[in-house]
Write a protein of this length. Sequence first.
Length: 417
Amino acid sequence: MVNARSLRALDWLNFFVANVQTGFGPFIASYLASHKWTQGEIGLALSVGTISAMVCQVPGGAVVDALHNKKGAAAWAIIAIILSAVLLAASPTMLPVMAAEVFHGFASCMLVPAMAAISFALVGRHDLGDRLGRNARWASIGSAVAAGLMGLFGEYFSARAVFWLTAALAAPALLALSMITMPSHHAPAHVPASKDSNEHEEKESILDLLRDRRMLVFAACVVLFHLSNAAMLNLAAGEVTAGMGENVQLVIAACIIVPQAIVAMLSPWVGRTAERWGRRPILLLGFSALPLRALLFAGVSSPYLLVPVQMLDGVSAAVFGVMLPLIAADVAGGKGRYNLTIGLFGLAAGIGATFSTALAGFIADRFGNAISFFGLAGAGALAVLLVWAAMPETRDANDDMQTKPASSDEGPLKRVE
């Protein structure tokens, strides 16, 4: 039986890690601008962070796969993020800022798969969907709380205080991590050791993984998802708030917080329902919100309509946040490549997001924002079509493995209850 204390500690770990990661969002640009950085210099610094994160996605996942101590991997990643926050707070000059961006990029690429691996180890594959939904709920609550706290610290103290707060919030994250008791080498009684233990399974070769149709099709879906999604809010906010005098920051904050609330409410349902209905119906639901949201943004003229349209972002984010690690578990969780697969999907997300912002800005400059939104809607529609036409159902194969009778040399029937 999984230790209930460990599961509660995992809740708080997700909460405080989301707190910490929030400090590396829009607050960096505002902080650097307050120290006389030009927009070009700020863009360069943020690009270094983006590129380092993309480059480190696959190595980070492979490192976590190779490490026996998943908690240790998460701890070192959190410590590296503390170092990044301290560097930013201590000296907003070029070298420390660039070093902080690189450290944060690599640490994040280890932290995400490490936390997914801890979740996998605690609950097993059968209950992973429900657990991932719970992780997403606590992370969304943490992001919303941190955004409010950091906004207050930045307003009433200084922009630098945001990063001291970020470093301080990592301490309870480490405490929560220390309270998690990992299962022993033998899987829990309700989980077949041959299917849910990552420690003794024979690893699939990377070449075999890259030839897996499920992995390739979903990676293409991830690229199209982020190609449609990444630039959407920035484009909409820039257009409708350009002439708005007051309440701009409140509107933008609401556009961030409202989707987080939707994610917190919806994610557990997504995880449970994906286990009952399968992955494809849930993917279709979440991906379908993308083109609809882009088309609505194309017709929005009032800044106050941004917030209700952004509720659709919460639907997409809830589905994507739960389904990516869940499908990774279906594809490679029993073959020793779970975290590497998460890294590959993360790389696909980075590629899609990079092209999204570049192409959306280029099209908007030359043809107008409406045409750019139609282009984002088209990418979202292609993502939906790819899920519908080509994405295999990954849950069925997983269930077959878990429920089929063992052969005569495998002993008694093994089944996840």
